[in-house]
Write a protein that binds this ligand. Structure first.
Ligand SMILES: Cc1ncc(COP(=O)(O)O)c(C=O)c1O
Length: 448
């Protein structure tokens, strides 16, 4: 049977977009012009645009037309073989929260900025770590939104959590220092440890959802001089756990007994909603807290913040001065306004609900499989059944156009479990169920 004209047109436009022949931002013909060009009904042209929109390749902006969408170019900086097997990738390996209204929010902000008073000040060099009033706005935001009460002079502005972790490592740790990490932990911290030649010492978990085995951590601290403990107490990546108040007390007690710095990564913490106190408020003298607006407002904004113990503020400032000096004034000003006027708060509420909805879909699709996740997290951990190998399943998924993360990237031990981390936020919610069903079918039908 020959393909329908709508499908042929959709595929032709998709190929042009995927290959870059149609660059991001290119305005596409109106529905009427497209229909006339291909000799088809306007409704058919509209259908083709609707398909492209649901594939995430174009975006229709009311009153302005249809544009080629700028997609996260993950594949460009990823040299994973599987990723190259298929250009039409549905990317479940990263979480880039995108939501309707992101473009309008930026457009409105840029218009407001253009007409605001002292615009030239944004062209001036900013002090390392941010201007006093900006650090104050972040401190107030942390108190309101994260329940973290800290003095503004302990707050430093950074270009995202990753840069925050890097600058903290630079400022406060030495090469060959030992850092305790969970046996499954955030891959970005493994990269930082590698770059700074830290020695990572893994701590096993009691079970996938229960958090670290603190007796094992204590024993580790007795055997080795552990300088720091890198931890995600509130919504762990990749397992989604939220440590209880009791577990946090134990963690702080171990850190105090063995004089360890606590590096608290709160990149996803806002998703958990109500959680026990942050470590930075329990042990302010030894906790560094790092977070950003990447997972709630926009991953491309590159805006984050670090809170350090008072005694380390000078060292952090010196490290910032030696590297990026300060953030861009424009980015900082936009982030300040969005934190101050409630935009970030509204967005966080919306995304918590959205993540819950997506988790519910995932739980339905993966019923009966070995899944670990927080109910309002943007990702889940899927242990593979019957000794299926993660590499082979990831390759099979890539052939079907789906990219996922393999457990190996998260493992800090030699042997990684055969598991996948599946991100739920990068596809539109109406496509999520069918993409996840494809994942399930690929696993169940393997090796067919
Ligand atoms: C646990 C964790 N920390 C840090 C980061 C980096 O976030 P940012 O975009 O704020 O640099 C991520 C991103 O995925 C993350 O999952």
């Amino acid at each position: 049977m020959s393909e329908s004209p709508v499908k042929m047109l959709t595929d032709a436009l998709a190929a042009d977009i995927m290959s870059g022949r149609l660059a991001p931002g290119t305005p596409l013909p109106t529905h009427r012009k497209l229909a006339a060009r291909y000799g088809m009904a306007i409704a058919s042209a509209s259908k083709a645009y609707a398909h492209l929109q649901s594939m995430g390749l174009v975006i229709g902006e009311p009153g302005r037309g249809t544009f080629v969408r700028d997609r996260p170019q993950q594949r460009e900086w990823d040299n994973d073989d599987e990723a190259r097997l298929n250009a039409h990738v549905t990317d479940l390996s990263f979480n880039h929260p995108t939501w309707d209204g992101q473009a309008d929010l930026l457009r409105t902000m840029l218009r407001d900025l253009a007409t605001s008073g002292d615009l030239a000040s944004l062209m001036h060099q900013q002090p390392p770590g941010g201007r006093r009033h900006e650090r104050e706005i972040v401190a107030q935001f942390l108190a309101r939104q994260r329940g973290v009460r800290v003095e503004a002079d302990r707050v430093f502005l950074v270009g995202g959590t990753q840069q925050g972790l890097d600058i903290v490592t630079r400022a406060l740790l030495e090469p060959h220092d030992s850092v305790a990490v969970d046996a499954l932990s955030y891959p970005g911290f493994k990269m930082i440890a590698d770059a700074h030649r830290l020695t990572l010492r893994p701590v096993r978990s009691l079970s996938l959802s229960d958090g670290p085995d603190f007796d094992a951590l204590d024993a580790l601290c007795r055997r080795h001089r552990i300088r720091a403990i890198y931890t995600m107490p509130t919504l762990h990546n990749p397992l989604g756990w939220v440590l209880s108040a009791e577990q946090r007390r134990r963690l702080v007690e171990i850190a105090r007994t063995h004089d360890c710095l606590l590096i608290e990564d709160a990149a996803y913490a806002y998703l958990a909603g109500k959680a026990p106190s942050a470590l930075v408020t329990m042990a302010p003298e030894r906790t560094v807290y790092v977070s950003s607006l990447s997972k709630s407002l926009a991953s491309g904004l590159r805006f984050g913040f670090v809170v350090v113990p008072e005694a380390y503020a000078g060292r952090l400032k010196a490290a910032i001065r030696a590297s990026y000096w300060s953030l861009s004034g424009i980015v900082t000003t936009m982030a300040m306004r969005w934190m101050d006027d409630g935009t970030v708060a509204r967005q966080e509420t919306f995304l918590r609900r959205d993540a819950r909805h997506r988790q519910a879909i995932a739980r339905r699709v993966f019923t009966g499989m070995d899944l670990t996740a927080h109910p309002s997290s943007m990702f889940l951990w899927l242990e593979l059944p019957n000794d299926l190998r993660m590499d082979r399943i990831a390759t099979a998924l890539a052939k079907r156009g789906i990219a996922v993360s393999k457990a190996r990237a998260y493992a800090t031990t030699k042997h990684a479990p055969h598991a996948l981390r599946i991100g739920l936020s990068s596809v539109t919610v109406d496509r999520l169920e069918s993409v996840l069903m494809d994942v399930r079918a690929t696993i169940e039908q393997f090796p067919i």
